[in-house]
Design a protein around this ligand. Structure first.
Ligand SMILES: NC(=O)c1ccc[n+]([C@@H]2O[C@H](COP(=O)([O-])OP(=O)(O)OC[C@H]3O[C@@H](n4cnc5c(N)ncnc54)[C@H](O)[C@@H]3O)[C@@H](O)[C@H]2O)c1
Length: 343
């Protein structure tokens, strides 16, 4: 191991929502318990908000709890909330990105001059970014290219509130450089949050984005009142489409990634819980037009994923139409899904 990797690591968190706060709990404790590996203080960038007249950063630093995004869960006191992203990232060796994807580019641009050369980025952000004129981009590539740092990813069946409540789960970290694998395990592993580190960054990240689209399909199935058999079919067909998507668009033949937590486990969890399943169900039940929804993220993802489905004419698209047409109440929902596919 080279000297830079052997020195004490300073960690920062860029983001502090539901998932960012759950991860702050894990990272804060792991850093504190390994003083031979990490610097004790972890700065966490918080997008400042006023809650009942007080700044969210002050509340977090006083009560050690993110009362808005993860109430009733304590974060260790060595995690310090700061409203300035430049302050948060200065001198950090490991930068954990856990913002909604739409804020990544502008946040990275603010950080660019302050990030330490040779730092490691780690994205926990699920979703692709659709950039005008540049098409689909991996979030990790945006971080990597804007900050000129190696960027790893962490994805898995990890609903934040369950992780924060210490319910057992697994996660997948992917990093091209095997020299970082040990330290990333040390940073995240706990008895209830089991880490596996692999090298296929793009494959792991694609799983984290694409499963959301299948989750919408699973929600539509729930909204229409179909049963577990139908949902199992949507999950199986969706998984096959995810595999084909990565083969075609990422030119990756590595199917082992789909059998990690970031693959089948996250897909199953998303199709039973989570916001995208809820969106699919709500669309059917409310008969509302999807573009008027505030759920911008899955809307974008559906467009991207459906582009693949359209080009390669795979069976889950037909499956989705069959499900929708076979239900007498489903005409409006069907139009919504058609919109996803042909937009
Ligand atoms: N919540 C989960 O269970 C979960 C699990 C795994 C992965 N993720 C992923 O983690 C990422 C973050 O999700 P989350 O659930 O923590 O978010 P969230 O919806 O709980 O919180 C949104 C966050 O965005 C911040 N924000 C609002 N406007 C901003 C701006 N202009 N600039 C910067 N920040 C701004 C808010 O302050 C808040 O911290 C997403 O990519 C999500 O897919 C979430």
């Amino acid at each position: 191991m080279n000297a830079a990797l052997a020195a004490l690591k300073r960690v920062c968190l860029i983001g502090s929502g539901n998932w960012g706060s759950a991860i702050a709990k894990i990272v804060g404790l792991n850093v504190m318990n390994q003083p031979d590996v990490f610097e004790k203080e972890v700065l966490m960038y918080v997008y400042e908000e006023i809650i009942d007249g007080a700044k969210l950063t002050d509340i977090i630093n006083l009560e050690h709890e993110n009362v808005k995004y993860l109430p009733d869960i304590k974060i260790s006191p060595n995690v310090i909330a700061v409203p300035d992203v430049v302050q948060a990232c200065t001198n950090a060796d490991i930068l954990i990105f856990v913002l909604p994807h739409q804020f990544v580019k502008e946040t990275c641009e603010k950080m660019a001059s302050a990030v330490k050369p040779g730092a490691l980025g780690l994205s926990l952000i699920k979703g692709f970014v659709l950039t005008e004129g540049e098409g689909i981009q991996l979030v990790s590539n945006i971080i990597k290219n804007t900050l000129d740092i190696e960027t790893a990813v962490l994805m898995g069946a990890n609903l934040a509130t369950e992780v924060a409540s210490e319910m057992f789960c697994e996660t997948t970290i992917a990093c091209h450089n095997p020299e970082y694998h040990g330290i990333l395990s040390k940073l995240f592993q706990t008895p209830y949050f089991r880490v596996k580190v692999i090298e296929n960054v793009a494959g792991v990240e694609a799983c984290g984005a694409l499963k959301n689209v299948v989750g919408i399909g699973a929600g539509i199935v729930d909204g229409l009142g179909f049963g577990d058999n139908t949902k199992a079919a949507v999950i199986r067909l969706g998984l096959m489409e995810m595999m084909k998507f990565t083969k075609v668009f990422l030119e990756s033949d590595d199917i082992s990634v789909f059998f990690e937590s970031c693959g089948i486990a996250d897909l199953v969890a998303t199709c039973h819980g989570g916001r995208n399943r809820l969106l699919g169900e709500a669309v059917v039940k409310s008969m509302k037009y999807i573009c008027h929804s505030s759920y911008f993220e899955p809307f974008c993802l559906s467009r991207l994923f459906s582009a693949a489905a359209f080009s390669y004419n795979h069976s889950s698209r037909h499956m989705m139409f069959q499900v929708l047409y076979s239900h007498h109440m489903a005409k409006n929902s069907c139009l919504v899904f058609t919109y996803f596919i042909y937009e």
